[in-house]
Design a protein around this ligand. Structure first.
Ligand SMILES: Cc1cc2nc3c(=O)[nH]c(=O)nc-3n(C[C@H](O)[C@H](O)[C@H](O)COP(=O)(O)OP(=O)(O)OC[C@H]3O[C@@H](n4cnc5c(N)ncnc54)[C@H](O)[C@@H]3O)c2cc1C
Length: 419
């Protein structure tokens, strides 16, 4: 192959759109084929960690993300009584060269889609194309699409490389691993929601986790506009263990399943702290998106010939530690660098380099999230002081807490010294 590879990306989520931008930036053209027929602003809050912010800066979209979302300055952990365990600086406040940005997923998605269309042309995102399967030989791969609603076959698309960025229910992954079955459930349900508040929570630039691994509230601000007006668009997640790990979740993972807050409110009836009234927050939120906390086992291989996996298709992970989108962004950088570095045009070697770098790295994050590493101090403190504490220093030293937090950052590769 002595021409730049023709690349088809299946899936126009955060990963697929970022990959299109990064390829374009490197002089490689790609087209994104997305299953849905419109690009709606879906989801609620999402986080961009500093290592992913660095990539977005390089792609020239970080300013737009910061203008829409909120630059995080602090992370705080609390027990289930709202008592402070640890507060640590984040993003630029912690000395990073890049911020940590909390943003509405819909806004992040829209900003990326706009940038793709501005730079690659409107036709670079092809809607209504659901990857069904593919055929390949030594020279080319043929991606086959259907209209998801009607099942009608679309024209097949030929390319040199098919990148499947088609999310947790990836069709390509299923083709490679037909016996894998449904995602693994942690036993926890998550209810995600946003609510407009008169005043920001914890000063407006703080993300927090409060509770334990079995029952927890996580929250952060996501709107620069609300913040500038002195108010708040607050994103929060109520998480409750409702079943046993490794059993079948009560429902299929659907990011858009709307639930009432009554589904989880009784679990938090007495969660009234001096800095947050959880029942009042739930009632003000009115509705939520319910999602079982699932992931999949790390795979032995992502690349099969001219087809490879990227983002959630490759490594769906429990959303503990805000790494889902960020790790997908790092995949994009690694794949593009590998393609560019391989001047001889040896696709096989480039894909091996991409996978060699990213598969072990993301497997480590999947495992760390399974051990709840980012929030492990919550369970540690709950075990040592189940009824709460007078002084956190009597329960655990600050050095121990900081070591726990630092260890997760190292695994997910966003410790300051790693950037
Ligand atoms: C609707 C939606 C809402 C979400 N909301 C949140 C949220 O609020 N907070 C959060 O932290 N994370 C959310 N996520 C997940 C988060 O975006 C991902 O974990 C992370 O950003 C990695 O991105 P990804 O592109 O790999 O996967 P995703 O963002 O899931 O994107 C996958 C894309 O592929 C498309 N697709 C699926 N199957 C096919 C197919 N066979 N052919 C072509 N296209 C296909 C999907 O429509 C989607 O656009 C949401 C995902 C979705 C799809």
């Amino acid at each position: 192959m002595n021409h730049p590879p023709e690349i088809v990306i299946a899936g126009g989520g955060i990963a697929g759109l970022t990959l299109a931008l990064a390829l374009h930036d490197a002089g490689i053209t790609a087209r994104v084929y997305e299953s849905t027929t419109t690009l709606g602003e879906l989801g609620v809050g999402i986080n961009v960690l500093p290592h992913a912010a660095r990539e977005f800066a390089r792609l020239g979209v970080l300013d737009r993300l910061v203008a829409s979302g909120v630059e995080l300055e602090r992370y705080m952990w609390f027990n289930r009584f709202g008592q402070e365990i640890l507060a640590e600086p984040r993003g630029r406040r912690a000395g990073y060269a890049w911020p940590q940005v909390s943003i509405h997923r819909g806004a992040l998605h829209r900003i990326l889609a706009e940038a793709v269309r501005e730079r690659l042309g409107h036709g670079a995102i092809v809607l209504g194309h659901h990857l069904q399967d593919f055929a390949q030989d030594d020279a080319r791969v043929q991606a086959r699409f259907v209209d998801k609603a009607s099942g009608a076959r679309r024209a097949a698309v030929e390319c040199d490389l098919l990148v499947a960025a088609d999310g947790i229910h990836s069709a390509a992954r299923r083709t490679f691993y037909p016996d894998e079955g449904p995602p693994r459930w942690a036993g926890n349900m998550m209810w995600r929601m946003t609510v407009e508040l008169a005043r920001p929570v914890l000063g407006g630039a703080t993300m927090f986790s409060a509770g334990t691994g079995d029952i927890k509230v996580v929250g952060y601000e996501i709107s620069a506009a609300h913040k500038a007006a002195g108010g708040s668009l607050f994103n929060w997640i109520a998480e409750v263990k409702v079943g046993e790990p490794e059993t079948t979740p009560p429902e299929r993972e659907d990011w858009n399943r709307v639930a009432t807050v009554d589904e989880f409110l009784p679990h938090f009836a007495d969660w009234t702290f001096d800095w947050l009234d959880v029942p009042a927050l739930a009632r003000a939120s009115r509705q939520a998106f319910a999602f079982p906390m699932v992931d999949r086992d790390p795979l032995p291989r992502w690349t099969h010939g001219r087809v490879t996996l990227l983002g959630d298709a490759a490594h769906p992970m429990w959303p503990i530690g805000s790494n889902g989108a960020s790790q997908a962004v790092l995949d994009c950088r690694a794949l593009v660098d590998a393609l560019v570095a391989d001047a001889a045009g040896d696709l096989e070697a480039a894909l091996a380099a991409y996978e060699g770098e990213r598969r072990p790295a993301t497997a480590a994050v999947v495992e760390a999230n399974r051990s709840r590493a980012h929030d492990s101090m919550l369970d540690l403190v709950a075990a040592r002081a189940p009824a709460g504490f007078e002084r956190i220093e009597d329960v655990v030293s600050r050095a121990e807490l900081e070591a726990l937090s630092a260890s997760y950052k190292q695994t997910a590769r966003f410790a300051r010294e790693q950037l």
